[in-house]
Design a protein around this ligand. Structure first.
Ligand SMILES: [Zn+2]
Length: 237
């Protein structure tokens, strides 16, 4: 695998790629345990890795011309300090995708099929069996929380406002987690469309954003990570 990435140094990419064998073993060991408990074969499914910044992982069922696979972004799954994700959150990411695998490969009891969708009630039921956070979107430290499966698995149609509140909360969580997921680390060299090349000297994670302190040729500037990512996508180097 040879990868170029507009925001990552060659060295960071190389280090993350070096983690693939260890990560693969860790995920397989976790899935083997679950397989034994559930009489499934998830540990035999190929695992691939990439450098996605917008998706953490995915499970793709076999389809016409499509190979079944788990896929994870090394930016979230990797061990590197730059990744800044707790062990629990990393494990939860692996469990989240295994729950998707379960959805396709297990019989789901009728009472848990009332809400359709990728992250519907069947998926949440699968989460409850393996201890995965029953939440569609990634949030820091979610892996450490106790999950209220009783509440998550209850059919809320008797209270339409509850469903609406749930959607709003999810949208908020999604925006916040998108905006405050740290994508840079101290020492990273970045290219800004207006200020040119600079070195990250400080990374501060705020509730719904990440503030980068960057030493440019002329002076130090504080820049919201969101804007840097956005401009980088518009003007890749
Ligand atoms: Zn998912």
């Amino acid at each position: 695998m040879h990868t170029e990435h507009p925001l990552l140094s060659k060295e960071l990419i190389r280090q993350l790629e070096n983690e693939i064998p260890t990560l693969t073993l860790e995920i397989r060991a976790l899935y083997q345990k679950l397989d034994q408990k559930l009489n499934l074969k998830g540990a035999l499914v190929p695992i691939t890795f990439g450098f996605e910044t917008e998706t953490l992982g995915s499970y793709t069922p076999a389809g016409e011309g499509i190979e079944e696979q788990f896929h994870f972004s090394l930016l979230f799954a990797g061990y590197m300090d730059a990744v800044k994700i707790t062990r629990e959150d990393r494990t939860d990411l692996f469990l989240h995708e295994y729950a998707h695998y379960m959805q396709y490969n297990m019989e789901i009891p009728k009472e848990h099929t009332w809400k359709p969708g990728k992250h519907g009630s069947a998926w949440k039921y699968c989460c409850s069996l393996i201890g995965a956070a029953p939440s569609e979107y990634y949030r820091f430290n979610k892996g450490r929380e106790k999950h209220d499966y009783k509440k998550e698995l209850r059919n809320p149609w008797s209270d339409p406002n509850a469903a609406l509140r749930d959607i709003r909360r999810r949208e908020r969580e999604y925006q916040n987690s998108r905006n405050n997921t740290v994508r840079f680390s101290v020492g990273d060299v970045i290219t800004h469309p207006d200020f040119g090349e600079g070195t990250v000297t400080d990374v501060t994670r705020l509730e719904s954003s990440v503030r980068l302190t960057i030493q440019f040729a002329d002076r130090i500037r504080k820049i919201d990570q969101k804007w840097l990512l956005r401009s980088a996508y518009k003007k890749p180097q």
